[in-house]
Design a protein. Sequence first.
Length: 152
Amino acid sequence: MTADSQITIRPLRAEDEADWRVLWTGYLDYYETSVPEEVYQTTFARLLGDDPQDFSCLVAERDGRLLGLTHYLFHRHAWKVENVCYLQDLFAAPEARGTGIGRALIEAVYDAADKAGAPAVYWLTQGFNTTARQLYDRVAALTPFIRYNRPL
């Protein structure tokens, strides 16, 4: 799948691990969080696995270099017969922002959801993520839901 003549959206491959780590670390840094090495290893292994309960990963590549990623998951939903799709992580390298990579990755997840028969794709973001929200407002509908987490 090609977003334009230079950007290719494709599934993650084993040889992408170093570049994937750089991108996912950038994503985690943006949200001022981190995960231990065990989580990097486990997540990467799951992304390459074939368990339908695990996350999948698509990457944006240009000239052999990864410039973006998305992690997404299909799961059951109490209000639907079909699975729905949760897009958990979406990240474009700073130098690649504004080039259509984010939109291409979202549209690739939409395509994967369509192929899987999932009627819904959803994701969360923080209010301060204003640049990304400008894109999200063009490709999705903002909902009124408020998220709560169990305190640790």
